[in-house]
Design a protein around this ligand. Structure first.
Ligand code: HEC
Ligand code: HEC
Ligand code: HEC
Ligand code: HEC
Ligand code: HEC
Ligand code: HEC
Ligand code: HEC
Ligand code: HEC
Length: 324
């Protein structure tokens, strides 16, 4: 369950020593996070081993006393656990020569539904503020230049060294996959350090002007597209779903159209089975799954219901897949 970072590079020993006590740095107590990526713990001076318990499941004693380990990480422990959706609890016990010297506990929330409002009672973890970065600057480049933040080498790009998990899912967005973080993130802007310059259609237009114009000019434009909310459905980095959708297609649509799944969509007959809304194969696009977008264009169309391929009427739609 826990995977300790394996060192691939020799890192020069640096000179700062930390006198701080045991601390779960990230995810910090009382915060919510958007994805399960890393767990960052500062062990405190002299600590040589840690036991990490996630939601009741405990690790073995993790030895952080090795010479090579100390040279690279000092008293930092970075793990890649799988957090549960929703509430999580982590307990950490610190040991020195086999004796427990400290323990701490944090509660945080993993928000997996990006369409839902932030969970009540938890605040957002904000990393790129001077107080927090101070604990990391000794080993990470947190004062990069414009050129650095789009460095195409994953070893050298200062953003990617900490955020490579963001790019791990299968479907990667072009510029993020090319490590061009600087295409969308600024060193400093009014929102804060390293934040995205713009979001939604304003940002997408910078590179996809033709596409955005085409979508906006359709006779009938889908509500969230018209509002420019591209990021509501598309992630800018990478996700497990084609077109970097933030969720599996039907789940994404049903997130806002809950009632469609009620068994009477498409065919309203009192007899017979309901029309399938998902399946392994779209008769129109043999390499794609059958889903809401087999019938509806997600951005808009020529008719009120945005049927695919500019189809306006119901009958013509049926014919696409049910030719006699
Ligand atoms: C004593 C040196 C040191 C300090 C201090 C340090 N790190 Fe690191 N960190 C490393 C090294 C070495 C790596 C591995 C770099 C690599 O593989 O490219 C790393 C990698 C990471 C990763 C990537 C994990 C992954 O997904 O592979 C994250 C996230 C991270 N550090 C966060 C932090 C944060 C946050 C802080 C400040 C609280 C911090 N580090 C402070 C040495 C340090
Ligand atoms: C020392 C490791 C580290 C480095 C280097 C780093 N980040 Fe982060 N960053 C984090 C952590 C940890 C978080 C909090 C978790 C999250 O939101 O993914 C974070 C959060 C963010 C956020 C959300 C806002 C915030 O302040 O919490 C943005 C945007 C961001 N990073 C962009 C960048 C960019 C762009 C770079 C390169 C210039 C970069 N980061 C370099 C560790 C790092
Ligand atoms: C195409 C534009 C684009 C590119 C390229 C891009 N980002 Fe982002 N990034 C965004 C936007 C927009 C957000 C705001 C979150 C949202 O609404 O999706 C964001 C948010 C983030 C966050 C905060 C995530 C969170 O959960 O809040 C981090 C961390 C981040 N980006 C890191 C990076 C890194 C590292 C790179 C380079 C490998 C990168 N980004 C490349 C557009 C981009
Ligand atoms: C810095 C330039 C840049 C920005 C900004 C940008 N993109 Fe992209 N996008 C690309 C590139 C390059 C590709 C890959 C080449 C291609 O397939 O067109 C791509 C591909 C895509 C794809 C996959 C296309 C396909 O055929 O599957 C989607 C979806 C996408 N972008 C959506 C967005 C959205 C939504 C935004 C705004 C949040 C955005 N992009 C902002 C450059 C950008
Ligand atoms: C309601 C959700 C939703 C919104 C909002 C949305 N998209 Fe999409 N987008 C999708 C889905 C679903 C697909 C995949 C379609 C498919 O598989 O046939 C997609 C596909 C794409 C593609 C790949 C090419 C294509 O047409 O299939 C691009 C590029 C794209 N979207 C850009 C954007 C941009 C730019 C915006 C904002 C103006 C936007 N999208 C807003 C759901 C959305
Ligand atoms: C973020 C919320 C949201 C998501 C996600 C979303 N929609 Fe919508 N949808 C809307 C809004 C808002 C409207 C416009 C309100 C209206 O006209 O009923 C709309 C309208 C529609 C309509 C036309 C309804 C009518 O009566 O004219 C169809 C069809 C539709 N959406 C299909 C989809 C499909 C397919 C998906 C998934 C690719 C999807 N929607 C995802 C919010 C969303
Ligand atoms: C086999 C084709 C087909 C599939 C698959 C399909 N729809 Fe529809 N949808 C239609 C037709 C046809 C209409 C027009 C209204 C009618 O005739 O019942 C419609 C209408 C709608 C409307 C507007 C009217 C209403 O009932 O609210 C929404 C919203 C909608 N669909 C969303 C979805 C979502 C979400 C999915 C996936 C879960 C989906 N559709 C899957 C064919 C389809
Ligand atoms: C994108 C392709 C597609 C479109 C468009 C489509 N269907 Fe279907 N339909 C299917 C698939 C796939 C099945 C399930 C496999 C099969 O029976 O062929 C199905 C099954 C059916 C069934 C049989 C249900 C059962 O008992 O198994 C009926 C009736 C039906 N569709 C009616 C319609 C009507 C009416 C329309 C137009 C409003 C329509 N379909 C549009 C793909 C489509």
């Amino acid at each position: 369950m826990f995977r300790i970072l394996i060192l691939t590079t020799v890192v020069t020993l640096c000179c700062v020593s930390f006198a701080a006590a045991l601390e779960v740095f990230y995810p910090a107590d009382g915060t919510y996070i958007n994805r399960s990526e890393v767990l960052v713990i500062k062990a405190g001076e002299g600590v040589d081993g840690l036991v990490v318990e996630l939601n009741g499941e405990s690790s073995d004693l993790i030895d952080i006393s090795g010479e090579q380990y100390r040279a690279a990480f000092q008293d930092m422990l970075i793990l890649r656990p799988e957090f549960d959706p929703g509430k999580n609890q982590i307990k950490v016990r610190a040991y020195k020569h086999g004796e427990k010297v400290a323990e701490t506990e944090v509660k945080f929330f993993l928000r997996t539904d990006q369409l839902a409002p932030p969970p009540e009672g938890y605040r957002r973890f904000l990393m790129h503020v001077p107080e927090k970065e101070a604990a990391c600057v000794a080993c990470h480049n947190l004062n990069p230049t414009e050129a650095d933040i789009s460095n195409p080498s994953p070893q050298k790009n200062p953003c990617v060294t900490c955020h490579r998990g963001l790019l791990r899912p299968k479907w990667t967005h072009g510029p993020a996959g090319a490590f061009e973080c600087g295409a969308c993130h600024d060193l400093q802007n009014e929102k804060g350090r390293f934040r995205e310059r713009k979001i939604n259609a304003d940002l997408c237009t910078e590179c996809h002007q033709d596409i955005v114009e085409k979508y906006m000019q359709a006779e009938f434009v889908h509500g969230p597209v018209e509002a420019g909310l591209c990021n509501t459905c598309h992630d800018s980095h990478a996700t497990p779903y084609r077109s970097q959708l933030v969720a599996e297609t039907n789940q994404l649509c049903l997130g806002c159209h809950e009632t469609i799944d009620d068994g009477i969509h498409v065919v309203r007959g009192v007899t017979g089975r309901p029309h399938p809304l998902s399946g392994p194969k779209d008769p129109n696009r043999p390499k794609r799954k059958f889903s809401c977008v087999s019938c509806h264009n997600p951005h808009g169309g020529k008719g009120r219901y945005y049927f695919v391929d500019g189809i306006k009427g119901r009958f013509a739609l049926c014919q696409k897949c049910h030719r006699k």
